[in-house]
Design a protein around this ligand. Structure first.
Ligand SMILES: *[C@@H]1O[C@H](CO)[C@@H](O)[C@H](O)[C@H]1NC(C)=O
Ligand SMILES: *[C@@H]1O[C@H](CO)[C@@H](O)[C@H](O)[C@H]1NC(C)=O
Ligand SMILES: *[C@@H]1O[C@H](CO)[C@@H](O)[C@H](O)[C@H]1NC(C)=O
Ligand SMILES: *[C@@H]1O[C@H](CO)[C@@H](O)[C@H](O)[C@H]1NC(C)=O
Ligand SMILES: *[C@@H]1O[C@H](CO)[C@@H](O)[C@H](O)[C@H]1NC(C)=O
Ligand SMILES: *[C@@H]1O[C@H](CO)[C@@H](O)[C@H](O)[C@H]1NC(C)=O
Length: 405
């Protein structure tokens, strides 16, 4: 092989790579900013509804991110499903995956100006309106749905006229009927609170807001009005339908609303992120706090990596070893990714990262016999590109080797 043919060969390879990459349709660019729903179903993170950066309801947007393959938050390959979205524009709905069959997304409530919007929709491969027995409840918004053992718990939130609620609405997803839970000792009415299901069948509720006059600055600091305290949390026992209150201690976050909460991977702690928050004199917000569920002590965890701008009205899902934060108010879309990744696999040190890797449990890691056998059982676009680049790189090395010889 002469030097020239090697150069041509390399150019040809570059050309092939460019052709392969360009053949992909351009990635979908979402306009949604906040008050959307983010639901993990069958290794896809579905995003629906919400408002754009100009505070208008997004019209038809519905899309997902495939999380069965690695990705980088700097180049997200959103897949557009807007053409199959039959729902009216809305925001601040509650959305959960049913946890009995794990194949259906339930969407409840939300704010809409379209009177034809149903109270509940389901999605598996298409949207439908389920027939639900029992007394038809009111439409609530700005609440969190918790799915547990065939029931979706829809506590609190606000009604369309701006009244704050503290009723426990329960949707049975197996026989499709409405029910209610206890309001005895329930927290005071509020919306935009945090809620997380614990391994012991309890749901922890905390924070939120009940002040319609509250406003906040660009930095998400509440400059008028007040959010609710996090120095106590409210526990709903799904087994015996009862409420209790737990006083918290330690490094208690300031009053806040519109933050996200997830359960730590060990089930012993709750991680909260962002939100609009009160800024009392001398207070320095840490944005990310952890509540130790064994003693209800708050602490600020050690975090490394590039600290992103804080967000409110976003969503957070635990996917693999990551807390995956999607969209929100407070960041510049042209500078930061719509998705933030916090690696929460090590409680001694959480890490902000931009690369999503598939987490494989230790005991199933085995040395692959050959790299090609590993790649062949995944036909996704990204892996295909990697495979092509990889094999081409292999052939470059081979030809380069023979060239040297
Ligand atoms: C649904 O997922 C949960 C965990 O997310 C699992 O415990 C349960 O077995 C799954 N159910 C089915 C029917 O796959
Ligand atoms: C999806 O929903 C439709 C309508 O509710 C139902 O007929 C179908 O069986 C569901 N598919 C799956 C995979 O559950
Ligand atoms: C549905 O199940 C609940 C219990 O989970 C029960 O109270 C209710 O009566 C059932 N409704 C129907 C219509 O079968
Ligand atoms: C519900 O169960 C919890 C935990 O087992 C218990 O502490 C509580 O007293 C029970 N509440 C009622 C009303 O039975
Ligand atoms: C997985 O490996 C890490 C270190 O490589 C170890 O600290 C951890 O305990 C292991 N986890 C399990 C479940 O074996
Ligand atoms: C890898 O090789 C071992 C023996 O060398 C064999 O038993 C095993 O089935 C192979 N695994 C795969 C995925 O080919």
């Amino acid at each position: 092989m002469s030097k020239f043919s090697l150069v041509y060969f390399l150019l040809w390879i570059l050309f092939q790579i460019l052709v392969e990459v360009n053949c992909q349709s351009p990635p979908f660019k979402p306009s949604v900013s906040y008050f959307h729903t983010a639901t993990l179903l069958d290794n896809k993170l579905y995003i629906l509804g919400g408002r754009d950066s100009s505070d208008n309801l997004v019209e038809k947007e519905f899309f997902f991110l495939d999380v069965s393959i690695p990705f980088n938050t700097q180049s997200l390959l959103w897949q557009d499903l807007s053409s199959i979205n039959t729902l009216p524009p809305h925001n601040a709905a509650a959305s959960v995956k049913d946890n009995t069959k794990n194949d259906t997304l339930f969407l409840y409530g939300g704010v809409t100006s379209d009177q034809t919007m149903a109270l509940v929709y389901t999605f598996n491969s298409s949207w439908s309106i389920p027939n639900i027995a029992g007394v038809n409840p009111i439409r609530k918004n700005s609440l969190t749905g918790i799915d547990h053992d065939g029931k979706i718990y829809l506590w609190g939130g606000a009604s369309y006229d701006g009244t704050f609620k503290n009723d426990m609405l329960i949707l049975d997803t197996i026989n499709l009927s409405w029910g209610t839970g206890s309001s005895v000792n329930a927290p005071t009415p509020r919306d935009l609170y945090g809620a997380t299901l614990l391994p012991n069948n309890n749901i922890v509720y905390l924070g939120g807001i009940n002040d319609v006059t509250a406003t906040f600055s660009q930095d998400l600091i509440i400059d008028k009005g007040n959010a609710l305290t996090l120095n106590e949390v409210y526990i709903y026992n799904t087994i015996n339908d009862s409420w209790s209150t737990q006083i918290t201690s330690g490094n208690i976050p300031s009053n806040r609303a519109g933050f996200s909460t997830v359960l730590g991977l060990d089930g012993n702690r709750m991680i909260i992120y962002g939100g609009i928050f009160n800024n009392p004199p001398g207070y320095i917000d840490a944005t990310l706090y952890v509540l130790d569920l064994t003693n209800f002590n708050w602490y600020v965890p050690k975090i490394t990596g590039n600290i992103p701008k804080t967000r409110a009205y976003h969503k957070a899902n635990v996917i693999g070893k990551y807390m995956v934060i999607s969209f929100g108010k407070g960041y510049d879309k042209s500078v930061e990714s719509d998705v933030l990744l916090l690696d929460i696999s090590n409680n001694e040190e959480y890490i902000w990262t931009t690369t999503f890797e598939l987490s494989v449990p230790n005991n199933t890691i085995s040395k692959p016999n050959s790299s090609s056998s590993q790649l062949s059982n995944n036909n996704s676009t990204l892996t295909r590109i990697i495979a092509i680049v990889g094999s081409l790189f292999g052939s470059i090395l081979l030809s380069f080797g023979s060239f040297l010889l």
